[in-house]
Design a protein around this ligand. Structure first.
Ligand code: FES
Ligand SMILES: [Fe+2]
Length: 436
């Protein structure tokens, strides 16, 4: 499949200070609509901080690769024939032509289409046609360019286009514990990411794709009504309707560094016994449950399984772990965004458990599903609404006076509060001041 040709280097950073667009209780519409702000986001956020490139499980075999974008720059995540995962710029070292326009594939070598330079899948330059014209070319100096910084956390691959900055460990902070939960739903802590990807491009700003616990009962009203009707007796409180009301025990959580989540543990936990009862005897379930208890012990297994039903974790700026999907957000312009959703499978579980994961993903997040298309409509309507700038400030104040600091240092509020938006925009504000 061909990649869309929308890459451009964009204008140089104006060094204008945009941090005042976000204030304690409100945010200026230009944060979402201004192309100048978008250009600054590319240089100050996407070309500087840690971005998630994907997960190593997407490329399990030697030569497997995926082409990705780091802000405006094209890069290749590739597993070399030495087994090592690298992220290199998708740029020939001769005169800079992109080495592949395929989105994904498996290759021993990358051959530049312009003059035929050939690179190994480890990035090493292997051959140059008509070499004599160069005199004494030192091949070792012309390997594919690696990203300045590369890091992994449990198979999640992160890259930074800046040589300087906080370590990946420091950047991820509290988000790591929740990434663990996403993976530990497998009794061997491993996922498969080879079930394809569903993609959406929409006419709205990338920051709308956030963690919002206030909208489900309105945007997804019909879905939840249908689900509630179909629910077996006794499992009522795991329905979304209760999960996302202001009376719910569920929480919004600001994990720091722009990471934020909808914490649906409290309601799911209260209904866990009923949930287990409803799952008993379902294909593959008993075997799966027992393997979780054997792997992690009863208490941790139950804790993971409470979480497993509905994670909503945002890792700033471009990764989200929602349901069973790894979601990558690619800003294209102030008013255009591409979202890639990779449904994941669990290693070490009976097939029916994975089939259930896929069916659940398709039902809510697939292209013709009950959920995502409605979200996208709201994002686009948000963009339309904010094009009116006569009174440009919008609210960011919900729950401001009732948020509190939790034992782990995260900031929590009611599930309907704007704790998550404030957390994400706090990091945005910190990065969007005049460039040093
Ligand atoms: S630009 Fe790649 S070989 Fe010339
Ligand atoms: Fe939604």
């Amino acid at each position: 499949m061909k990649l869309p040709l929308f890459l451009s280097s964009g204008p140089a950073d104006t060094h204008e200070d945009f941090s005042e667009l976000v204030q304690r209780d409100r945010v200026h519409g230009a944060t979402y609509t201004s192309q100048a702000v978008f250009d600054a986001e590319m240089s100050r956020i996407f070309h500087r901080t840690w971005l998630c490139v994907g997960h190593e499980a997407e490329i399990p075999n030697a030569g497997d690769f995926r082409v990705t974008r780091l802000g405006r720059q094209s890069a290749i995540m590739v597993r070399g024939s030495d087994g090592k995962v690298r992220v290199v710029m998708n740029r020939c070292r001769h005169r800079g032509v992109s080495l592949t326009e395929e989105e994904t594939g498996c290759q021993k070598r990358f051959t530049c289409p312009y003059h035929g330079w050939v690179y190994d899948n480890t990035g090493e330059l292997l051959s140059v046609p008509d070499l004599s014209g160069y005199g004494d070319l030192n091949f070792a100096e012309y390997s594919l360019t690696p990203v300045p910084r590369l890091g992994t956390y449990r198979g999640f691959v992160f890259a930074s286009l800046s040589e300087k900055g906080v370590s990946l460990d420091e950047h991820l902070g509290l988000a790591k514990g929740y990434m663990d939960l996403f993976l530990d739903v497998s009794p061997i802590g491993q996922i498969d990411v080879r079930s394809g990807v569903n993609k959406t491009t929409f006419r709205a700003n990338w920051k709308f794709v956030g963690m919002d616990g206030y909208h489900p009962n309105y945007v997804h009203k019909t879905v939840y009504e249908v689900r509630r009707r179909k629910q077996p007796a006794g499992v009522t409180a795991s329905s979304k309707g209760e999960a996302f009301s202001d009376e719910s025990a569920n929480l919004t959580r600001d994990l720091g560094n722009g990471h934020a989540m909808l914490d649906v543990y409290p309601v799911r936990s209260a209904n866990y016994t009923d949930y287990l009862e409803s799952m008993k005897g379902k294909p593959g379930w008993d075997e799966y449950y027992q393997s979780m208890v054997t792997a992690y012990g009863q208490q941790r297994a139950d804790e993971i399984l409470v979480w497993a039903g509905d994670p909503h974790i945002g890792v700033f700026p471009n990764l989200q772990l929602i349901g069973s999907q790894i979601r990558l957000i690619r800003p294209v312009a102030a008013d255009q965004t591409e979202v890639l959703m990779f449904p994941t499978l669990l290693q070490g579980v009976p097939d029916p458990i994975n089939q259930l994961r896929l069916r659940n993903h398709e039902a809510f997040y697939g292209p013709a599903s009950q959920g995502s298309p409605d979200d996208v409509e709201i994002f686009e309507r948000n963009q339309v609404g904010l094009s009116a700038d006569v009174d440009p400030w919008v609210l960011l104040a919900r729950g401001l006076d009732r948020e509190r600091v939790d034992a782990d240092g995260s900031i929590v509020g009611s599930i309907t509060d704007e704790v998550t938006q404030r957390g994400q925009l706090k990091q945005w504000k910190a990065l969007m001041g005049a460039k040093a």
